[in-house]
Design a protein around this ligand. Structure first.
Ligand SMILES: [Zn+2]
Length: 228
């Protein structure tokens, strides 16, 4: 009887631990990132909001694209750069915060994303992990927007991960002229770009929210692919 009781207590403890894991513990992918030296954005920039868009169903694909990441990780150099961006934002707009929407993507996560859209018209928007990976797969790219101190996102003209010309940073004068984005939305984008580029990040043409510390070719030459 005592042995049965002990077994039940152990079982209850195991079930409790299992139930607690999704909110408190790290997933196996997150543990590996952490052990490999990638930095949790919540530690590097404690007042940043983190809201990983591909871990939720309301992204461009309309479904959860991965469930193994809830924390945002970056290569230490990218995490330091994000700290610099935070300082620059504080200087320019003390009431605002950074909101990170995606960061390091281990190859397994990229594979899960690719599998989720494979065979659909959305497939062309997700990099095929078999082709060597993008800058997110080196932990050197971050998708980020601005929000207020309560985590309410500033209007930027399109949601993060909007696919289309309204998200291009090269066409903004034209977008403004035809009323596709407002003057305030353009000012918000410019503020985000100013703080991120002052910190050393580079922009890409088609996504106002995407910033990378290195171009892909250099990343692939100088940094390890997050190959797990
Ligand atoms: Zn990105």
């Amino acid at each position: 009887m005592n042995r049965l009781l002990a077994a039940l207590v152990l079982l209850a403890a195991a079930l409790t631990a299992h139930a607690a894991a999704p909110s408190g513990g790290l997933s196996s992918v997150e543990l590996r990132l952490s052990r490999a030296g990638y930095v949790d954005v919540a530690r590097a920039v404690p007042d940043a909001f983190v809201d990983l868009m591909y871990a939720r169903p309301d992204n461009f694909a309309g479904r959860v694209l991965y469930d193994s990441l809830r924390h945002a990780y970056l290569h230490p150099r990218a995490a330091e750069a994000l700290q610099r961006a935070r300082r620059e934002l504080r200087r320019r707009a003390p009431g605002l915060r950074l909101m990170v929407k995606d960061a390091a993507r281990p190859v397994s996560v990229q594979r899960a994303m690719f599998a989720a859209v494979r065979g659909t018209p959305k497939a062309r928007y997700v990099a095929n992990p078999a082709r060597g990976g993008g800058v997110h797969n080196f932990g050197l790219a971050v998708d980020v927007t601005l929000c207020d101190s309560l985590g309410r996102e500033l209007p930027m003209g399109t949601p993060v991960d909007h696919l289309g010309p309204e998200a291009h940073i090269t066409a903004e004068a034209e977008l403004l002229r035809r009323g596709a984005i407002s003057r305030a939305e353009l000012a918000n984008r410019r503020l985000l770009r100013a703080v991120m580029t002052a910190a050393g990040f580079r922009t890409i043409r088609r996504e106002w929210w995407h910033f990378e510390l290195e171009r892909r070719e250099r990343a692939a030459r100088l940094y390890p692919l997050i190959d797990f």
